[in-house]
Design a protein around this ligand. Structure first.
Ligand code: HEM
Length: 503
């Protein structure tokens, strides 16, 4: 073979450049994909990880609590799961949730497409660090001052309950009715009074309509979860698919329109030093003194946050409670007998009566356990390295408090799917609180409106049961389960009808 023949043969064997680049790319993708199937050294065990997507394909986005609790049965109280690029550590034991959520390093919030869209990392529930601490302290202080959970707001709660009974229950005595949005109206009118000092009638749906509009934005934002799990979609999907810029503008406008008239009213005669008359005035005073922290958007997000966090949670807990009491008429009768004996029927029950109503307290706690309105609480994120359950987690890991598994644990609560308030009453008939029921979460980010919610649940339930009994419509049996067809952040029961009767 001559040298020229050799050169020819070498040229024939050369791999074309595009093919070479393709092979190189494939190799990089394979190595990258393989690396994503490996769990990080810091992580506890967990469900198998597929290349790139992790465990996302077996995660039920609409019913995340089912997926987390199914995995908890297999992997125990602490496990790691990866959804696309998101690393999550899921805690399904009460002691681990307490340990983690008590640490300031676990008090961050995930930087997700949802929080970016809804609040731009501002407001009470999604901010973190110094801004969150400052706003949380301020809000707690003012809500306490305005009587949250105390008797100052009690009279007004009674007013809304009476309105609800007069306008909604009395006209429907003996008929099958759905416990509809009127219940939410009563709940948000109470929040509005604390916020803006305005007293609204139960027939006034102004605030509820305003929240409904804001919820459309939140429901849209829930769809953006897909961008967190598959972030490369951001690069390839055309703008019109999610229409984010337009939706973001519309949402901002809705929030501004909702609160601006009341804020302007408050600004007109703002007393910058005196005792604030309501939450809006308190926040405006704060803005006057610290405009750099209390920006307009942050202020709006704090106002909005209270409504979103306090409306559906409270109203749906009450919806669950009425359904459970129809399922267990014996429990309903025992609660009413306790009310008759301790409070009578002349005066509405007050918060001071709580001590004397142990069975009622047990009914509320059992409702919150079984209803699980916030089944996985609200996701946290580590802001610095921290040890949880013996694992050294780096910053930037999502920490999920899987309260659903805790509340449905047969070990902690025998026959967990049965509504049995008796489990929280001791042999002497006294109320037996249980730290393992944690509907308001625990630790640094524990629900800010807990005192208010507890007061509302107690006063509504006792106020309604003092005057009415509730039963399923004649001949109906009811599978009283969560509304699986309309998943949302707050677990609600499937729509049901009850027949109220006057006592
Ligand atoms: C039955 C009713 C309620 C339930 C079950 C509930 C539950 C919760 C839960 C699970 C969290 C998340 C805690 C965490 O991240 O670990 C939370 C946070 C919060 N809740 Fe509630 N909540 C209720 C009522 C209310 C009410 C009436 C208000 C307002 C007055 C409110 C305001 C808030 C706020 C502002 C946060 C965010 C706290 C923060 O991130 O620091 N909640 N709530």
């Amino acid at each position: 073979m001559t040298p020229a023949d050799c050169r020819g043969a070498a040229t024939d064997m050369a791999v074309p450049l595009p093919l070479l680049l393709g092979l190189l790319l494939l190799a990089v993708l394979l190595v990258w994909g393989w690396r994503t199937t490996r769990r990080p050294a810091w992580a506890p065990h967990g469900p198998p990880l597929l290349p790139w997507v992790g465990s996302a394909l077996s995660f039920d986005v609409g019913h995340g609590h089912w997926s987390y609790s199914r995995w908890a049965e297999r992997y125990g109280g602490i496990y790691h799961v990866r959804l696309g690029p998101l690393h999550q550590v899921v805690l399904s034991r009460p002691d681990l949730i307490r340990e983690a959520f008590g640490r300031s390093e676990v008090a961050g919030r995930p930087d997700t497409a949802l929080s970016e869209f809804v609040v731009r990392r501002q407001g009470l529930a999604f901010s973190e660090g110094a801004l969150w601490q400052y706003s949380r302290r301020l809000t707690l202080h003012h809500l306490r001052n305005f009587g949250m959970g105390k008797s100052r707001i009690e009279t007004y709660i009674h007013h809304q309950i009476k309105g609800y009974m007069d306008q909604f229950l009395t006209p429907n005595i003996g008929r099958a009715v759905e416990i509809d949005q009127t219940l939410n109206v009563a709940v948000v009118n109470i929040l509005w009074k604390l916020m803006a000092s305005e007293e609204l009638d139960i027939t006034d749906h102004k605030i509820q309509n305003m929240i409904q509009e804001m919820m459309e934005g939140v429901n849209y934002a829930a769809k953006l979860v897909i961008l967190d799990v598959y972030p490369w979609l951001r690069a390839i999907l055309p703008e019109f698919v999610f229409n984010r810029a337009k939706k973001e503008r519309e949402f901002g406008e809705t929030v501004r329109q909702a609160f601006t008239p009341a804020l302007e009213e408050h600004r007109k005669d703002l007393n910058v030093t005196g005792e604030p008359r309501d939450y809006m005035e308190a926040m405006l005073q704060e803005q006057h003194h610290h405009p750099e922290s209390m920006t307009d958007w942050h202020l709006l997000m704090c106002l909005r946050g209270l409504f979103i966090a306090g409306n559906d949670t409270t109203a749906n807990t009450l919806r669950w409670a009425l359904g459970f009491l129809c399922q267990r008429p014996d429990v309903q009768r025992r609660l009413q007998a306790e009310l008759d004996a301790e409070v009578g029927r002349q005066q509405p029950p007050t918060l001071a009566d709580r001590q004397r109503l142990p069975f009622t307290e047990a009914v509320i706690l059992e409702t919150q356990r079984l209803a699980n309105v916030a089944p996985v609480l609200v996701p946290h994120q580590t802001t610095a390295p921290v040890t949880v359950g013996g694992y050294h987690l780096p910053a930037g890991v999502q920490v999920i408090g899987n309260a659903y598994s805790v509340h449905c644990s047969a070990e902690l609560f025998p026959e967990p799917f049965q509504f049995r308030p008796e489990r929280f009453v001791d042999a002497q008939g006294q109320f037996k609180p249980d730290r393992n029921v944690m509907p308001f979460s625990v630790g640094k980010r524990q629900c800010l409106g807990e005192a208010m919610a507890r007061a509302e649940l107690f006063l509504f339930l006792t106020g309604l049961l003092q005057n009415f009994s509730f039963a399923w419509p004649e001949g109906e049996t009811h599978d009283f389960l969560e509304d699986v067809k309309n998943p949302s952040f707050v677990l609600k029961p499937a729509p049901y009808k009850v027949v109220p009767s006057q006592r």
